[in-house]
Design a binder for this molecule. Structure first.
Ligand code: GDP
Ligand code: IMO
Ligand code: MG
Length: 425
C-alpha cells in the first residue's frame, strides 16, 4: 500500500481507529505523530472491543510495527496502563512491535493539574478539554522548557528538571483549590516507568527513513480532527497540536515527498465533544443517537453533541488535507430517518459563505443553509455486505456527499466491526 495519512475531517471521533485497523492489513508500519492520550480510538473485531489512546491501532495486528513519533505527547504512566490493559486482552507489546521517539515530550501529573486549573478559570468559556494535560504539555514544548523521552531515559538532569517545573507549577497554583504537587512523588513514579519504557525508546525518525528505503509502507494514524487543529480549527476551542495532514510529517520526521495518499475520515453526520461552535448541532438528532446507545466519548465517556452532516466543514477539510479520498463512517447511524439534512453553506450577516470563518464571534452568528434528501426509512445499511446491496437512497446520499465535498468516497462504514467496512469504486 502507498504511504497514507489518515486524518479526521470533523471534530474528532470520526472512526479513524477503525479505518486505520482496516487498512493495516495492507501496510507495514502504523505511526502516531501528534496528540496524546486525549485520543480514544475504538476498534472492534471478533466480538472484542479495544480502545487505543497512545498506541497506534496497528498494534492489534501481529507482525505489524507501530511507532509513536516525536510530535506525540506521552504520559508515561498512562502509556504503561495502556500496555497492561492491552496485554490483558491478549495483545503482546514488545520493542519488536512498538518503538517510541526519544524526542517526544512527556505529560506529567502537573500538566494534568494545570489543565484543570486553566479550565476552572475560564468559567463559561471552558474549552471542555479531556483533562489529560495536553495543552500544558504543548505549552512547555513551545516555551522550550519541556521534558522529553530522552531526558527520561538518560535521567542525568531529570530530577532537577522536574523539581524546577513543579516549583513553577506550584507557584501558579498558589492560593487556588488545587493540591500542592510533590516533585519527589513524580520522580519516583517516572523512574520506575523509565525502566519499563527504556527498551522501546529510539530515534524513530531514522528508523522510519530506513524502513522507507527498505520499501516498507507507512500508515499515519491521525488523532483528533481538522477542526480541533491549533491553526485551522475553531480556535480557541481546539486542541494544541496540528491535527491536519502536515502534522503527520512534522510529528514523525517523514518528508511530504514520501506521502502518496491522504484519506480523510468523516462520519455520515457530525459530532463534537467539548465546547465550541457547531453549526449543524441538533438536539432531537443528538437524543436519537444517545437513545440508540451511540455517541458516548471513548476517552471521557461524555455524551457527544450530534448534528447533521456539514459539507462546508468537510469540503474545506478535504482541501486543507489534500484528501485523495474520503472514508465515510457510521452511515448506519442514519438508518430509519425519513428526511436527512445536509448543510451546504452558512449565512453570516446576510451573506452566504462557503468556507468556515476565522473568528469565534462569527461562528456564533452563522446559521446553516440546508438541503434535504429522502432517507431510507424501511431499509437499513447496518451490516450491508457490499455497496451494491445498500438501499438506493443511501447510495444517492453517498453520491451527493462526494459531490459536495469534491472528493470521492472510497470507504464506507456500516457498523463498528472491522468487517463492517466496505470499499466503493
Ligand atoms: P476515532 O477517535 O476517530 O478513532 O473514533 P472513536 O473510536 O472515538 O469513535 C468512533 C465510534 O464510532 C466508535 O464507537 C466506533 O466503534 C464507532 N464506529 C466507527 N465506524 C462505525 C460505523 O461505520 N458504524 C457504527 N455503527 N459505528 C462505527
Ligand atoms: P480522537 O483522536 C474528540 C477535544 C476535547 C476538547 C478539545 C481540547 O479520539 O478523535 P484537549 O484535551 O486536547 O486539550 O481538549 O479537543 N478533543 C477531542 N475530541 N476526539 C478526540 O480525539 C479529541 N481529543 C481532544 O474534547 O474539546
Ligand atoms: Mg475518539
Amino acid at each position: 500500500m502507498p504511504n497514507t495519512i489518515i486524518v479526521g475531517a470533523q471534530w474528532g471521533d470520526e472512526g479513524k481507529g477503525k479505518i486505520v485497523d482496516f487498512l493495516t492489513e495492507d501496510t507495514d508500519i502504523v505511526v502516531r505523530a501528534q496528540g496524546g492520550n486525549n485520543a480514544g480510538h475504538t476498534v472492534i473485531h471478533d466480538n472484542k472491543k479495544y480502545v487505543l489512546h497512545l498506541i497506534p491501532s496497528g498494534i492489534l495486528w501481529p507482525e505489524k510495527k507501530c511507532v509513536i513519533g516525536n510530535g506525540v505527547v506521552i504520559d508515561p504512566i498512562s502509556l504503561l496502563e495502556e500496555f497492561d490493559n492491552l496485554q490483558q486482552q491478549g495483545i503482546e507489546i514488545t520493542p519488536e512491535n512498538l518503538v517510541i521517539s526519544n524526542r517526544a515530550h512527556l505529560t506529567l501529573s502537573y500538566h494534568r493539574v494545570l489543565d484543570s486549573y486553566r479550565e476552572s478559570g475560564l468559567g463559561g468559556k471552558k474549552i471542555g478539554t479531556t483533562g489529560r494535560g495536553i495543552g500544558p504539555t504543548y505549552i512547555d514544548k513551545a516555551e522550550r522548557s519541556g521534558i522529553r523521552m530522552a531526558d527520561l531515559i538518560d535521567q542525568g538532569k531529570l530530577s532537577e528538571k522536574i523539581i524546577s517545573k513543579v516549583d513553577k507549577a506550584n507557584s501558579v497554583l498558589q492560593g487556588s483549590e488545587a493540591e500542592t504537587i510533590d516533585s519527589n512523588e513524580i520522580i519516583d513514579q517516572i523512574k520506575t516507568a523509565a525502566e519499563r519504557l527504556k527498551p522501546f525508546v529510539t530515534e524513530t525518525t531514522t528508523y522510519l527513513h530506513e524502513q522507507i528505503i527498505a520499501g516498507k509502507s507507512l500508515l499515519f494514524e491521525g488523532a483528533q480532527g481538522t477542526y480541533l487543529d491549533i491553526d485551522h480549527g475553531t480556535y480557541p476551542f481546539v486542541t494544541s497540536s496540528n491535527t491536519t495532514a502536515g502534522g503527520a510529517c512534522t510529528g514523525s520526521g517523514v518528508s511530504p515527498r514520501s506521502i502518496d495518499n491522504v484519506t480523510a475520515v468523516a462520519k455520515a453526520y457530525t459530532t463534537r465533544v467539548g465546547s465550541g461552535p457547531f453549526i449543524t448541532e441538533n438536539q432531537e438528532f443528538s437524543d436519537r443517537m444517545h437513545g440508540m446507545g451511540r455517541e458516548f466519548g471513548a476517552t471521557t465517556g461524555r455524551k457527544r453533541r450530534c448534528g447533521w452532516f456539514d459539507a462546508v466543514l468537510v469540503r474545506h477539510a478535504c482541501r486543507l488535507n489534500g484528501a485523495d479520498h474520503l472514508a465515510l463512517t457510521n452511515v448506519d447511524g442514519l438508518d430509519g430517518i425519513d428526511t436527512i439534512k445536509i448543510c451546504t453553506s452558512y449565512e453570516l450577516k446576510g451573506e452566504t459563505i462557503h468556507t468556515p470563518p476565522a473568528n469565534s464571534e462569527d461562528w456564533d452568528l452563522c446559521t446553516p443553509i440546508y438541503e434535504e434528501m429522502a432517507g431510507w426509512v424501511d431499509q437499513i445499511t447496518a451490516g450491508a455486505p457490499d455497496i451494491a446491496t445498500m438501499p438506493e437512497k443511501a447510495k444517492a446520499y453517498l453520491d451527493r456527499l462526494s459531490e459536495l465535498c469534491e472528493t470521492p468516497i472510497r470507504i464506507v462504514g456500516v457498523g463498528p466491526d472491522r468487517k463492517e467496512t466496505l470499499l466503493r469504486d
